[in-house]
Design a binder for this molecule. Structure first.
Ligand code: AVI
Length: 326
C-alpha cells in the first residue's frame, strides 16, 4: 500500500478580510434596503456557531443530509468511481466529506475550499491525520468570487462536493451563474450537491429561530465582527435576530432588526437606523428538486441521480459535466 505525505500549506485564493470588503459592506449598509452578504457571517466564531446550529434539534438540514449520504454511500461511491479528487466548496466542518472519504474507492485528494482561514487549517489538519493516503490541500478562497479551482492531481475525475445547501445562500441568478462557471471549469467532472427542499413554513421558522438562541448569536456575531474588524460601534443589545419565510421567493430571510432609532459608525461612516429597520444578513433559498435539476442542466450539468429523505426536506443531487455525460 502506497503512503503519500499530506501537505497542509494553505493555497491562498480570493478570501478577503472585512477591511478589504469595506466598500461592499458600506454599499450594503447605505442601500435603501440595508443588506450584508452572508459570507461575512463566517469568521472563526461564526464558523463555530454554525457548527452548533448544525447540531440543533430544530435545524434539520445537516442531520438529514448526513443520513442521505450515509444511507446511500455505496451507491454514491459507485457513481463517482475510483481515485477521485474531492474538492469541497464552502467546506466548514469536514464531517460530511469524511463520509465520502470513508466510502470512495481510493480517493486521491481532498481539497477543501473555505473563507475562514484558521478554521480551514484546523479541519484540513484533522482530515490529513485521519486519512494518511489522501493528499489534503486546503484552499483559502471565497467561492462566490472568481477563484482558481484546485487542479486534478493526475487527470483523475474531479468531484465537486457542495453540501449543506450553501448554494441556497446565493440569489437564484447567482446560483445559476456559479453552477455554470463550475461546469465550465470542471470538464469531465462531477458534482454532488446538497439542496434544501423544505417548504413547510413552521419547520423552517423553527430551524432559523431555534429555542436556544444559537442562530440569534450567529446572526448578531456579524455586528460583533464589524465592531472588531472595521471599528464599528454596534450596540449588540440594540439589535435583534429575526428570520422569516418568504413564501413568494421560497427563501428564509435573516434580519438584524434595530430596536430603536439610532446611529452607528462603521469604518468612519455614520449609518442611521429607524426603530424596526433591519439589515438583511442572509437569504436561504429552497428549491424543488426538479427546479434545481433544470437550473443545473441549463448550467451544463447532466442529471445523474438524486436522493430525498422520507419527509421531503432535503435532496442530494449527483450530476456529471454535460460533455462527459453525452
Ligand atoms: C450555510 N447555510 C446553508 C445555512 C442556511 O441554512 O442557510 C446558514 C444558516 N443560517 C442560519 N442557520 C443556518
Amino acid at each position: 500500500m502506497q503512503h503519500r505525505a499530506s501537505t497542509l500549506a494553505i493555497t491562498a485564493g480570493t478570501a478577503a478580510s472585512l477591511a478589504d470588503c469595506r466598500q461592499d459592506i458600506l454599499a450594503g449598509l447605505t442601500a435603501p434596503q440595508k443588506h450584508l452578504a452572508p459570507k461575512y457571517l463566517y469568521d472563526r466564531r461564526g464558523s463555530e456557531l454554525f457548527d452548533e446550529i448544525c447540531a440543533l434539534p430544530e435545524y434539520y438540514p445537516t442531520r438529514t443530509e448526513l443520513a442521505l449520504l450515509r444511507g446511500n454511500a455505496a451507491e454514491i461511491a459507485t457513481l463517482i468511481g475510483p481515485t477521485a479528487d474531492v474538492v469541497e466548496l464552502g467546506a466548514g466542518s469536514s464531517v460530511k466529506a469524511r463520509v465520502l472519504l470513508d466510502n470512495l474507492d481510493r480517493p486521491a485528494s481532498y481539497q477543501p475550499v473555505d473563507i475562514s482561514a484558521a478554521y480551514l487549517q484546523q479541519q484540513a489538519a484533522e482530515v490529513a491525520a485521519a486519512y494518511p493516503l489522501v493528499t489534503v490541500r486546503p484552499v483559502l478562497a471565497d467561492f462566490t468570487r472568481p477563484f482558481v479551482l484546485p487542479s486534478a492531481i493526475a487527470a483523475r475525475r474531479t468531484l465537486l462536493f457542495f453540501p449543506g445547501s450553501t448554494i441556497g445562500n446565493l440569489s437564484r441568478p447567482r446560483a445559476a451563474a456559479l453552477l455554470d462557471s463550475l461546469a465550465a471549469r470542471t470538464p469531465g467532472g462531477a458534482l454532488l450537491i446538497g439542496v434544501d427542499i423544505c417548504e413547510d413554513a413552521a419547520v423552517l421558522h423553527d430551524a432559523y429561530n431555534d429555542s436556544r438562541g444559537v442562530t440569534a448569536e450567529f446572526n448578531l456575531n456579524l455586528l460583533a465582527r464589524l465592531n472588531r474588524e472595521l471599528g464599528a460601534n454596534f450596540e449588540l443589545n440594540e439589535f435583534e435576530h429575526e428570520a422569516v419565510y418568504d413564501l413568494r421567493h421560497k427563501r428564509i430571510e435573516m434580519r438584524l432588526v434595530s430596536q430603536r432609532d439610532q446611529s452607528v459608525t462603521v469604518a468612519g461612516v455614520t449609518i442611521r437606523f429607524r426603530h424596526g429597520e433591519y439589515i438583511v444578513s442572509e437569504h436561504s433559498h429552497k428549491y424543488d428538486p426538479q427546479e434545481f435539476a433544470d437550473v443545473a442542466h441549463a448550467a451544463g450539468w447532466a442529471y445523474g441521480h438524486r436522493w430525498i429523505d422520507d419527509a421531503a426536506r432535503f435532496c442530494v443531487h449527483y450530476f456529471r459535466a454535460l460533455d462527459d455525460a453525452a
